[in-house]
Design a protein around this ligand. Sequence first.
Ligand code: C2E
Ligand code: CA
Ligand code: CA
Length: 434
Amino acid sequence: MGKTNMRPAYNDSLNGLPKSNLLKNILTEYILQSSCRQFAGVDRFALVYLDIENFKYLNQTYGYKVCDEIINCVENYLVRNVKNSSCVARITSDKFAILFTDIKANSGWYETIDEIINNGFNINTFNHVFYITMSAGIALYPEHGRDIDSLMKKAETANYSAKKTGKNINIYSDELQQDIIEQVQMVNKLQNGIEKEEFTLYYQPMFKLNSNEIIGVEALVRWPQPMNEFISPEIFIPIAEKSKQIYELERWIINKALQQKEQWEKDGQDYIELSINLSSKTLESESNFQKIEKIISSYKVNYSKIIIEITETVIISNIDLAIERLNRLRSYGIKIALDDFGTGYSSLTHILKLPIDIIKIDRSFIKSIPNGNEEMVITQNMISLAHDLNYKVVAEGIETQEQLEYLKKISCEFGQGYLLCKPLPSDRLHEVLI
Ligand code: C2E
Ligand code: CA
Ligand code: CA
């Protein structure tokens, strides 16, 4: 590194870590040096952008004091594990950068990152063990950029895409940029779809497992495309949540679902419980939540047969607000279900505070039956605990007879899944309803 003031990682004390301004200086100098040496055909380097997965939730659950300490420990961990000829710097909050100056094939730089990212590590602080996982995006000099800003942006883009695809670690490529462009196009397509009401609702029956009786249905939004295809809600709902289009889309969904419920009641099928998914974004926004309340109150339906499904994200972001909003829904007689249970971060003490009637065990646990011993023990414990606490329990994603038999054996009363019935358009539901 010649005469730069960059500190080798192994030499850094915790407080001596370069902050982002200093990193910029180091990078500038390094780029200058490298571009000089480039004429001689040497020197490439890698800029790695890392952040802590789900840090927002850690912050909201454990508070700033604990999380500041977690960040310090992570800094320490990175410095300890990143070898010579590299520099670790903190950018902001939970975001770090590592500059690897020696990226020759046998220098082990990629293996170092791979080790950090793909293994996770424990941080022991405040009498608590936190299991930390990180994601990383990598930009290479000079092919991905010749100045600091574009290298940083590209490393960040690669990190963003690593998270989105669940790969955890990603090297920048032009295709990633393309993904982001596609996302922007998706927002425009969504807007058009909402305006033209291109969406439709499917309904997936929920069963009482020991009698095989249908007790209700869950409304699931579908976005039909030409050639009989659908864009999955798993793709467009998160985009709509980010772009705030979810509010308008969700008003359409709730209107449609309640119109359907009204129709079923007119047809004498009052017994069908209707579950509607509500985005945590809608629950968090007072003005949009009020609009939903207004829609709900405008229908003459048996509210005690309506269930609103929420996920843990909302609880973590603001539990008091969640309690208040859920109680407002409950004042109509509406029931509340906690969706995707078991996948989130919230502690049981948090969940116990919530006005919840039903717990839906996430399908990842059901998938583990019969081979995932650990998950099966957790599933069984979750079910018996939920029963002790007087929650109704619904198992999601039952796909095999074996899973169904096991769930019945461990006294899971209710369930839903392709084995029992796939989501159906409303005009085909009569085939399964009596
Ligand atoms: P979710 O609320 O957990 O919905 C259950 C998802 O599991 C549905 O996927 C359903 O089709 C699928 N599923 C049902 N049985 C099985 C099974 O046996 N195996 C497998 N592998 N999957 C099964 P879908 O409809 O693609 O919805 C995905 C997610 O999108 C939903 O997960 C929910 O989070 C969101 N979503 C769907 N519709 C709405 C909606 O109207 N509003 C909001 N806010 N979110 C929605
Ligand atoms: Ca759901
Ligand atoms: Ca679910």
